[in-house]
Design a protein around this ligand. Structure first.
Ligand SMILES: Cc1ncc(COP(=O)(O)O)c(C=O)c1O
Length: 431
């Protein structure tokens, strides 16, 4: 292949995709197996042109894409892969730094530490916390539970009934017992009475279903009084702390032993990029550090592989660094503030309109609502809205009732997109 020529074509493909992503169906309009049936069963024996890859990307893969970069992607937590981060991913793959020990990539190791510290400052977190990047919040929380178990010698995890499923999965993988606590009227985890045998309390700031905020301060105090570790899962909402006015939800986070925030959720960085900090770096490191002879060096520097499960580490800091520099903190704040404004606007339409109900307090950039009627009717409404290709939302359950979630998080989303979503919902509801 001709790297320059094919590279230019790939970049052109990327630019054209981003220009027209607005016109593509948001949810993939294919059936399971439809793409598989079109793909060769075996790899080619003879080399092909890179152009053939781009052609199949257009003809075969494009129809099977759910377009996460669409401005009317309102599902799960909507995300953005920003242009500087896209280019940084290209460069990271070019450089292929595998930061297993410091000398294997001084650049990746040191940039990651520095960028984690930049974000720590932007979020208003305490000095002295040690931050690094894992692939996902699932892995970051896994690491926190490992550290908590190592430090406390206990085997129980406590979280809210609305904590993300990754907490349950992590506990299960570790063979730890999980206790789920009930929530109050505002969907906040109740502070458990007896934590005497607990290794880790996981508090969530911005739950997946409702973006509710657990009482971190009270949970931290109770955890510490009982000798337990307090881990905060702010995978989604933590990014909002770059805005001073959103720091209400960070109350008590300074007491945490560890914290996860995902720049790949709401800080314009493509998957995967999950930041995890700990206030107890020495103890955290003891849970993971292990140096076989083939990795031993006499460098007076440390290796980030000593802070988490994987040995090989991608150059993820490059895309975070590029995004922070090209947008600047003010640029990122403006985007998050607009998302929050749009969510408030949508929530106001729901509240003012007959036939619609806001089912949970509106928080951050998420709105949880439903149409008057049965669960089956709401389910059918969601099916029709998503099938339209004009927008994509998902559902959750509150007290057994089927409810709809509209999550705003794409940097391309404008007020016109949110208005269109409201129109599509009303149109399909009235059909
Ligand atoms: C609150 C919360 N925690 C954790 C996760 C898991 O994130 P990841 O996909 O990075 O593992 C999610 C995903 O949406 C989430 O909403």
């Amino acid at each position: 292949m001709d790297f320059r020529e094919d590279g230019a074509a790939a970049l052109e493909w990327a630019a054209r995709y981003l220009e027209r992503v607005d016109e593509l169906p948001v949810l993939a309009q294919v059936k399971p197996g439809e793409l598989t049936a079109q793909l060769p069963e075996s790899a080619p024996e003879e080399p092909e042109e890179f152009a053939a890859v781009l052609r199949d990307l257009d003809e075969l893969l494009l129809p099977a894409l759910t377009n996460w970069q669409s401005p009317r992607f309102f599902s799960y937590f909507a995300v953005t892969s920003s242009e500087p981060a896209i280019l940084a991913e290209l460069l990271a793959a070019t450089l292929n730094q595998v930061a297993i020990v410091w000398r294997a990539s001084p650049a990746s190791t040191e940039l990651e530490l520095r960028v984690a510290d930049w974000v720590r400052q932007l979020l208003g977190l305490p000095d002295g916390w040690h931050g690094h990047i894992e692939d996902t919040a699932s892995t970051s929380t896994l690491a926190a539970l490992i550290a908590a178990r190592d430090v406390t010698g206990r085997n129980v995890v406590v979280c809210s009934e609305h904590a993300h499923s990754s907490v349950e999965k992590d506990a299960r993988m570790l063979g730890m017992e999980l206790r789920k606590e009930a929530v109050d009227d505002e969907l906040r985890m109740r502070v458990p009475g007896d934590l005497g045998d607990v290794a880790c309390v996981v508090a969530t700031v911005g739950t997946t279903s409702f973006a509710s905020v657990d009482p971190v301060r009270e949970l931290a105090e109770a955890a510490h009084a009982a000798g337990a570790w307090l881990h905060v899962d702010a995978a989604y909402a933590g990014s909002s702390w770059i805005c001073e006015e959103e720091r209400w939800s960070a109350d008590g986070v300074e007491l945490a032993d560890s914290l996860v925030v995902n720049p790949h959720k709401w800080l314009l960085v493509p998957t995967d990029c999950s930041l995890v900090w700990t206030a107890r770096p020495e103890e955290w490191r003891e849970a993971f550090a292990l140096t076989p002879e083939y990795l031993r060096t006499d460098d007076e520097a440390f290796s980030l592989a000593d802070y988490g499960p994987p040995l090989g580490r991608r150059f993820r800091s490059l895309k975070l660094w590029a995004t922070l520099r090209v947008y600047g903190a003010e640029g990122l704040r403006a985007i998050l503030r607009e998302h929050i404004r749009l969510a408030q606007l949508f929530a106001a339409w729901v509240e003012e309109s007959e036939g619609w109900e806001l089912v949970a307090p509106q928080r951050f950039s998420l709105v949880v609502f439903r149409r008057d009627g049965t669960d089956a009717e709401n389910e059918e409404l969601l099916r029709r809205v998503d099938a339209s290709g004009e927008m994509f939302i998902t559902q959750t359950k509150l007290d057994g009732r089927y409810v709809l979630r509209l999550a705003i998080g794409n940097a391309r989303t404008t007020e016109a997109d949110v208005r269109r979503a409201w129109e599509v919902l009303n149109r399909e509801a009235e059909r």
